[in-house]
Design a protein around this ligand. Structure first.
Ligand code: PEP
Ligand code: MG
Length: 543
């Protein structure tokens, strides 16, 4: 008799894997009890605390380096901030004082000082600072771990060692960036979590690593015992424990995305470009032989730096990307802030509904002081190669004209090369005006991530509604078809740079619409080419 147990979640990264489960320990501090100590133990306890804080600071420094190397400097910033908090002298003094005053152990003092700090942050009416409160929770976990000298994250009951997820299906409530780095994520076989939508950190990491991931299974980390064999189908969302021979036969395991091989050469008349966030990512794009940068999300340069970059700093980065790409096309998106792309450094007034607030093109029109240095930097960079400017979140024709004019006025008097202006189709109203917009624009690209969000009124980052966040609705494809027809009629190039452009399941449909270029994460470029090549050759998609 089969003792299979079946779960159904949200597929967020494709492929099929079978391996033993490795549970992340969410309750790792349950034994870190507050305890009274004798007065003569106070100095020793304070010393213990300092050693633990030093260890955590050192570890955060290492994690920061790893994140910067693996995911980019923007993602690494959070660990810089956490390290600064751990090293903060006044926080240490407060903890020392609690130990001395209350004659309690280091665990109690650390928890009490950090809890008080967290409460103060949560009370501040500043979105950025109150969001930092969850960093304090993370820091508290790390400090208590260090005090308990426990294996910081992983619990594999009954096993000698779980090898930090190596060759395992990692099962967790949620994978935070810090946790994924504690794991040997590169070697994990799959991720299964309760929390996190398609654009959550774990989902993006899984897709980048080419491993299956399923989210949205309630209490999954309490239901799958550590060490159990689990099948994860990241294409359908099925997760099966102790799978039978029959089940295994029905879900053939797929191999992980590879690095570039000869077969990943460009496909004729179907260009696969790369999406990048930082100028330093251009090298990786070139390595996979991307046929250009289809989307350079320039706002990430500022998010990574924690401030607006000066005109000169922006110019240097843009010129470097153009030089790196050696004549291949580069599409620079103007700073796209607001909604999911929070920009605390801009000190914007809080909004009731930031997804429908001062964001994208609307923000740039309201802030010529932010647009001007970028416009000038882009025009200067165009001396090194053609600059394609993507206008984000355009809602209609008049707005596009207004933004284009403001761009030109901001850069007037500067000598540059060719600058082309295009729009991102990601707001339904703009799609309805596609013909007029494409007459005016030099090119367009479809931002399917936001287009799905605004077309179906479904938050792209909320796992509670993630089942509704899907391109698998006929209306979505009707919109894409209308855009493709309008581009053809206007004789203007149209590409697609949202996540579906990196998903092999949709490549044939995009090709059928006549879309001849997509832009995807660097790691997915080879997969997309394989799908396109197979479709051309008359095969169904295979990975
Ligand atoms: C999109 O919306 O599809 C897109 C490509 O941009 P972003 O994901 O940065 O919003
Ligand atoms: Mg978008």
């Amino acid at each position: 008799m089969s003792n299979e147990q079946r779960f159904r979640g949200i597929p967020v990264s494709g492929g099929v894997a079978v391996a033993r489960a490795c549970l992340l320990n969410e309750y790792r501090h349950s034994d870190a009890e507050p305890r009274a100590i004798a007065r003569e133990e106070i100095p020793r306890e304070q010393q213990r605390l300092h050693t633990a804080l030093d260890r955590v600071a050192q570890r955060l420094g290492q994690v920061k380096e790893q994140v910067a190397a693996r995911l980019g400097t923007a993602e690494a910033e959070i660990f810089v901030a956490q390290k600064l908090i751990v090293e903060d002298v006044s926080l240490r003094t407060a903890m020392d004082e609690i130990i001395a005053r209350e004659a309690c152990n280091a665990e109690a003092a650390a928890a009490s000082a950090l809890d008080a700090f967290e409460r103060r942050l949560r009370a501040v009416e500043d979105e950025y600072l109150s969001a930092r409160a969850s960093d304090i929770t993370e820091i508290k976990r790390c400090v208590l771990d260090a005090l308990g000298s426990m294996n910081p994250l992983l619990r594999c009951e009954g096993q000698d060692s779980c090898e930090h997820g190596r060759n395992r299906v990692v099962v967790a409530l949620e994978l935070t960036p810090a946790m994924t780095l504690e794991l040997d994520a590169e070697q994990a076989r799959a991720f299964v979590t309760e929390r996190g939508g398609r654009t959550s950190h774990a989902a993006i990491l899984a897709r980048a690593l080419g491993i299956p991931a399923v989210t949205g299974i309630p209490r999954v980390h309490e239901q799958i015992p550590c060490g159990t064999t689990v099948l994860v189908n990241g294409d359908t969302g099925e997760v099966v424990t102790s799978p039978s021979a029959n089940t295994l036969a029905r879900h053939p395991v797929t191999s992980r995305a590879r690095t570039v091989t000869a077969g990943d050469e460009p496909v004729e008349s179907f260009a696969v470009m790369a999406n990048i966030n930082l100028s330093s990512d251009a090298g990786a794009a070139l390595e996979v032989k991307a046929e250009g940068i289809g989307l350079y999300r320039t706002e990430f340069e500022c998010i990574a730096a924690g401030r607006l970059l000066t005109e000169d700093e922006q110019y240097e980065r843009y010129a470097a990307v153009l030089a790196h790409m050696k004549g291949r096309p580069v599409y620079f998106r103007l700073l796209d802030v607001g909604g999911d792309k929070r920009a605390p450094f801009l000190d914007l007034p809080p909004e009731e509904n930031p997804y429908l607030g001062c964001r994208g093109a609307r923000f740039l029109l309201a802030r010529p002081d932010v647009l001007a240095p970028q416009a000038r930097a882009l025009v200067r960079a165009s001396r090194h190669g053609v600059v394609n400017v993507i206008h984000p979140m355009i809602v209609d024709f008049d707005q596009f004209i207004a933004l284009k004019n403001l761009f030109s006025e901001s850069a007037s008097g500067l000598q540059g090369g060719t600058v082309r202006h295009g729009i991102m189709f990601e707001v339904p109203s703009a799609c309805l005006q596609a013909a007029a917009l494409l007459e005016e624009a030099d090119f367009a690209t479809i931002g399917s991530n936001d287009l799905i969000q605004y077309l179906f009124v479904v938050d792209r980052d909320n796992e509670a509604v993630a089942r509704d966040y899907t391109p698998d609705r006929p209306v979505f494809w009707d919109v894409l078809r209308a855009l493709a027809d309008a581009a053809r009629a206007a004789g203007k190039p149209l590409s697609l740079c949202g996540e579906i452009g990196g998903d092999p399941r949709y490549i044939s449909r995009l090709m059928d619409l006549g879309i001849t270029s997509v832009s995807a994460s660097v790691r997915l470029v080879a997969r997309v080419r394989t799908a396109a090549r197979n479709y051309r050759a008359g095969n169904n998609y295979t990975i």
